[in-house]
Design a protein around this ligand. Sequence first.
Ligand SMILES: *Cc1c(COP(=O)(O)O)cnc(C)c1O
Length: 433
Amino acid sequence: MTDLPAGTCLDRLRRREPCLWINPGWRPAAEALPKLDIGLKDVIDADDRLRRFAPLLADLFPELRGAGGIIESELRPLPKFAARRAEGPLWMKADHALPVAGSIKARGGIYAVLEFAERVALREGALASTRDDYRKLAAPSVRDLFKQYELSVGSTGNLGLSIGVMGSALGFRATVHMSVEAREWKKARLRSRGVRVVEHSCDYTGACVEARRLAALDPKSYFIDDENSRELFLGYSVAALRLRNQLDDAGLTPGPDRPLLLYLPCGVGGAPGGITFGARCVFGDLAHCFFAEPVEAPCMTLGMLTGRHADISVYDIGLNLRTDADGLAVSRPSRFVGELMAPLVSGLFTVTDDELYRDLLSLYEAEGIELEPSACAGFPGPRMLASTPEGRAWIESRGLASSFPNATHILWTTGGSFVPPDQHAEYRRKARR
Ligand SMILES: *Cc1c(COP(=O)(O)O)cnc(C)c1O
């Protein structure tokens, strides 16, 4: 590529050096949101749908009974971890421990399956209306109906886990097309649930191309398209409504004196994008959202800073996805998400695998929490803002100089609780080296 705009951030991406890119297209919520064709009402609609399914999920998954069938994670302080760093109080949104799927994909992936199940059930008369009792969907006759349909998805691992587990719990056939990064234990876990796992020797983008092609040949196959799915995106966005309640309960309601900063690991963009969209709808300009990507896979940073979105890949600038953050190992971003994020996201930054491992080990030593490497990507965020020239200039330009020390910094941890113990031990061994 010879005709890319010159710029320090792009040079640093090429050199695999961590960098913070501040989004020059950011706009106030009152200006940006009315121009989009989705809005807060869609987030609320998605939340309502999850509530309709909650009694059924409480029946299907014993681990959800206590929460009445609502899949949600804790917001928790990290006092001992924060004490090891110089940035003040830190909070964790513990999506690594989301029940049923063990990763942030429990939000988008499971929502997409439920949305499809509801559509089929309403069309085929298994539900009379959206006010019906959704526990009916566990009946053998409905499972037989769902068995006629196949859910198909391309995945680096975690999306396949969430869709495979929820799809098969409802009776759907499920096929997961795994990219070369996918861990063996994730494949084994899916196969043990009766999910068909197709292994590809290409990357995530390639696995999606093949999955999309095969699903198009079969009218009863529904391809859940992580690169373009409005449903996945809206499923993720509901997190903002839940977070608002948790912040209120913790006495951390955002305000002019207490801005909210979210640090979100980014792969293809659906999860951080959906959460950012929800957060800008719910908190307006009090929420400042930053995406984090591995230096080897900064696809969303590259797509946004060049404006080329999915038309450029990290291979084009000489990178090659060599990262242990398998959940983030994506070569091309979602155009759908990138375009929506253009006025909404504050910035993006990149992290090295060494930093991921350092934070993984440090969090374990301080708090006893075990994460997968991808889930640690957001951890350098507060430091990137407070200690780089780009970050300090951003704090000034947003008028946050006086409120920043009182900000609520939330490290969004996205996966790890289903990782087998020996794999966690291996991560720590590697971190110590
Ligand atoms: C999928 C995933 C992400 C990022 O989500 P995208 O929608 O791909 O951007 C982050 N962390 C983990 C552990 C994931 O599995």
